[in-house]
Ligand binder design. Structure first.
Ligand SMILES: CC(C)(COP(=O)(O)OP(=O)(O)OC[C@H]1O[C@@H](n2cnc3c(N)ncnc32)[C@H](O)[C@@H]1OP(=O)(O)O)[C@@H](O)C(=O)NCCC(=O)NCCS
Length: 403
């Protein structure tokens, strides 16, 4: 068996890669499994990152050779590199009189979309793909590499932790909420303002730049066509007069949230459900659609391809700020309903108090496992030391491009 690892070629590989993608479940293969449809663009999940690469594993079928076309794509991997916050240190301002925390940055690589076709597993192909991707990370100066997987995905966890030197690092929670057929009410005490990408950038850089995983190119995210906007929830009486006024004298309570349109990037589908379960889900939907004023919770069509919006950059301040987060959540739900999404999702640190404030369904939500590896020992530790050994902060910034 000869397996060649090479760069993905969109002209010749797209259909063959999609076939492998469609045959692979994401996460553990239980009674119900989650599948992705990348809408004909296998590179879509990394193409918005500052530096990215997609590799494929191509098997030369016995008796054939590459020249006469008897090759088969049996696996693929995507990776990207960006600069993020890995901690903070205290620094004086230029007049030397005020000490404030400033971010410490690192060049971080991320592995995603690793797939090996079911009949070619356990032949060392996944390992080969990871090793080649890590070579590209090192050649491009990345200091750490990380992956996100489901804790229960044994093949993936054991591949990365036992064979590739990754350590378990963070356990953020992915909170998922169905999009109902009725609208959610929004508190009368809250005004929601849509910020320009420029204003959103100043707010985020001011309040979030020392949060772990905060991307240095936040402006690229906020200006991306997939970003549906950044929304600020303010007390009804507060008048928004621009970011400078807000940053110098914010109201007692406020909250912020941005929305990313994953629906135009990929679709998901839950497969393996019984007819009974599907029938039950359909009935809840029909009832909700017929009587929206009853506000009955209903299951969206998750057993056929569905899209989602991701809520990111959630935060705020004040003793009542979680109420403002709830108002933003209602707003995001209604936006997702207009856009015909199946669910809305967000990801927060396991220690984040927001976890309790964000409405979600436990049955659809899960805990993510992030594993990290230090790629080189020959660079300075800086003020943070070895990031792998640092204590988790209260929050993390989850980049919507990688969700
Ligand atoms: C995870 C996945 C990519 C592994 O690919 P693979 O080509 O079968 O992996 P390899 O043959 O290179 O295995 C390397 C090591 O991974 C671990 N591993 C792989 N499959 C495993 C399994 N089913 N159970 C336990 N460990 C497993 C083992 O440590 C293995 O080494 P060993 O064979 O010497 O024991 C593949 O199972 C897959 O595509 N799964 C579905 C998609 C997915 O979950 N992707 C990961 C998301 S991050």
């Amino acid at each position: 068996m000869v397996v060649i690892i090479r760069e993905y070629n969109p002209k010749t590989d797209s259909d063959r890669v999609e076939q492998v993608e469609n045959s692979c479940e994401v996460g553990p293969n239980g009674e119900l499994s989650l599948y992705t449809d990348l809408l004909g663009d296998p590179i879509c999940r990394v193409r918005n990152s500052p530096a990215y690469l997609m590799l494929v594993a191509e098997m030369v079928v016995s008796g054939g050779d590459e020249a006469d076309g008897t090759t088969e794509i049996v696996g693929m991997i995507r990776g990207c590199i960006k600069t993020v916050t890995c901690g903070s240190k205290f620094s004086r301002n230029k007049f030397g009189d005020c000490v404030k925390p400033v971010p410490v940055l690192t060049k971080l690589a991320y592995i995603l979309g690793l797939r090996v076709s079911p009949i070619h597993r356990r032949m060392g192909i996944g390992l080969k793909l990871v090793r080649r991707m890590e070579q590209w990370f090192e050649d491009n100066g990345a200091e750490y590499s990380y992956i996100a997987t489901d804790d229960a995905n044994e093949p993936s966890v054991s591949l990365f932790t036992e064979k590739c030197g990754y350590a378990k690092f963070r356990n953020p929670s992915v909170l998922v909420h169905p999009v109902f057929a009725h609208r959610l009410p929004i508190s009368n005490h809250v005004t929601i303002v849509k910020l320009t990408p420029f204003d959103a950038e100043s707010l985020y850089r001011n309040h979030f730049s020392t949060t772990e995983f905060f991307p240095r190119d936040i402006d690229a995210i906020l200006n991306n066509h997939l970003n549906l906007g950044t929304f600020l929830a303010l007390p009804k009486r507060y008048i928004w007069e621009g970011p400078d006024k807000f940053l110098s004298g914010p109201p007692k309570n406020w909250a912020v949230m941005s929305v990313w349109n994953c629906k135009d990037v990929f679709k998901l589908e839950v497969k393996g459900a019984s007819k009974l379960r599907k029938g039950f889900a359909k009935t809840t939907r029909v009832v909700d659609r017929a009587f929206p004023f009853l506000r009955l919770p209903s299951l969206p069509k998750i057993f056929s391809p569905f899209g989602l919006h991701m809520l990111y950059g959630l935060g705020g301040s004040g003793p009542l700020y979680t109420r403002f987060i709830k108002a933003l959540f209602g707003f995001a739900h209604n936006l997702a309903k207009e856009c015909k999404c199946g669910v809305i999702a967000t990801e927060v640190s396991s220690e984040d108090p927001l976890k309790l404030a964000i409405p979600h369904w436990k049955v659809l939500s899960f805990t993510d496992l992030w594993c990290i590896k230090r790629l080189g020992e020959d660079y300075s530790d800086g003020s943070v030391g070895d990031w792998r050994k640092s204590q988790p902060g209260l929050s993390i910034f989850v980049d919507p491009r990688e969700f």
